[in-house]
Write a protein that binds this ligand. Structure first.
Ligand SMILES: Nc1ncnc2c1ncn2[C@@H]1O[C@H](COP(=O)(O)OP(=O)(O)OP(=O)(O)O)[C@@H](O)[C@H]1O
Ligand SMILES: [Mg+2]
Length: 413
């Protein structure tokens, strides 16, 4: 049967959408120059799974890899041997795989945000001072729940892993934020907060013995005390004063970790679902990376729904379903149902292709790769291997013959 061209969501006569360049993740992770890969994206799109799958593929390609996961689903964590939060990488047994050549090593860890923060404090102060900070109620609240702390600590941990030089590739998952941009914004936001004007103002009286505090400031400070409570204010002041003497400002630290991401050898992989919101997020993020001068490997459109065949369009499948159903023959109901399922899948794939094409027309140079949804979730090494094959396999070697840059085959001509 001839391929029906009314399947790609392109109106007849319109120019076929530009095809996204293919993303070669196999080469990227095998390249010894690649030292850090950061997987970013909107909430729930598959950042953690993509990170773990890429890490496994890199280890099977011979590299010594550590994957820093954040809040992995319980079953995935278990299959990576992460049964408790211990904030240190654990070696994963990957011996069951079909790795060719010299196998590498896979280590996995879950970020323990509070432990990472505690370690920073301990490493940068005297034992008494560290204890003072660790016991401070404001510190306790900040280290476990302040928005942005998780992103900041992910960067902090990345810095530590990179400094240890024990791994030749670090794959970083990012926190389940509402927006992918939070990852780039949070360290600065937190730096500004801890280092910022309000905190300095709050601290001014204790530092200068009220000498320079204006009447206006005292009034302001009293109001804040009233709202926040005097004790909390004292806790904050004591905490920030202690931190400040410790390592000369969070902002500088945030800048340093940020710079790490700009160094050669770091790549960002943006993950999105084939849905308008996730792809819009991905667009913002891609623009931001480019504005910040950070290298983008490309976009992974995860959990697509390519149909089993594109030889039969949705319209023709619907028509055929009706005809078959009307015939009333034996098995007609079943055949009609199968045709309708196919029609639905074609419609869904067409929608997904349309969204991917829209992204590509806005970002024609961004390489793209689609990863089909598997029947169940991805929670064991076998599932990760299947996902890794979709991420790193050759562009044209798919069961449906559809290039991995697309959900549906491109229109010919
Ligand atoms: N290609 C896929 N096919 C089927 N299921 C998938 C696929 N990719 C991811 N999943 C499943 O989707 C769920 C969400 O994935 P994951 O936890 O990796 O997303 P995330 O972006 O890290 O989410 P969060 O923002 O909450 O951290 C998981 O249950 C995972 O197993
Ligand atoms: Mg996650």
């Amino acid at each position: 049967m001839a391929a029906d061209t009314a399947t790609t969501g392109t109106p007849a006569g319109a120019r076929a959408p530009r095809q996204a360049p293919a993303m070669d993740l196999a080469e990227l992770i095998a390249d010894r120059q690649t030292r850090i890969v950061v997987c970013c994206g909107a909430g729930g799109v598959g950042k953690t799974t993509t990170s773990a799958a890429l890490a496994l593929a890199a280890a099977e390609a011979g590299r010594t890899v550590v994957v820093l996961t954040i809040d992995p689903a319980r079953r995935l964590a278990q299959s990576l041997g992460l049964t408790e939060l211990d904030n240190e990488p654990r070696k994963v047994d990957i011996s069951g795989g079909a790795a060719t050549g010299a196998p590498g090593e896979l280590h996995a860890m879950m970020l323990d945000m509070k432990r990472t923060f505690d370690d920073v404090v301990t490493a940068h102060s005297t034992p008494e001072r560290a204890q003072q900070i660790l016991d401070n109620p404001f510190y306790q609240a900040l280290s476990s729940s302040f928005a942005g702390t998780q992103e900041y600590m992910a960067m902090e941990k990345l810095g530590q892993l990179r400094a240890s030089d024990q791994w030749d590739l670090i794959i970083v998952d990012t926190p389940p934020s509402r927006s992918a941009l939070d990852f780039l914004d949070a360290p600065n936001r937190m730096g500004r907060f801890l280092d910022g004007t309000m905190i300095r103002l709050l601290m001014a009286p204790s530092r200068t013995g009220f000498k320079f505090a204006s009447a206006g400031f005292l009034f302001f400070s009293r109001i804040i005390s009233k709202i926040l409570g005097g004790q909390l204010l004292r806790d904050i002041s004591a905490f920030v004063a202690a931190l400040d003497t410790m390592f000369g400002g969070f902002r500088e630290r945030a800048t340093a970790t940020f710079e790490l991401l700009r160094r050669p050898g770091t790549w960002f992989v943006v993950v999105a679902a084939p849905e308008p919101d996730a792809l819009r997020e991905a667009s913002y993020f891609v623009d931001r990376l480019s504005a910040e001068g950070m290298p983008l490997a490309g976009l992974v459109v995860n959990r697509t729904h390519p149909p089993a065949t594109t030889a039969l369009s949705a319209t023709r499948a619907e028509g055929a379903a009706e005809e078959v159903a009307e015939s009333g023959d034996d098995g007609a109901a079943l055949a009609a149902a199968a045709l309708r399922v196919h029609a639905e899948r074609m419609q869904q794939a067409t929608r997904e292709q349309h969204l991917a094409d829209r992204f590509t027309s806005a970002h024609p140079d961004v390489a793209l790769r689609t990863v089909p949804a598997t029947a169940g979730d991805v929670h064991d090494l076998e599932g990760l291997r299947m996902m890794a094959a979709a991420l790193t396999g050759p562009d044209h070697d798919t069961p449906t013959g559809t290039p991995r840059t697309r959900v549906l085959p491109a229109r010919r001509g």
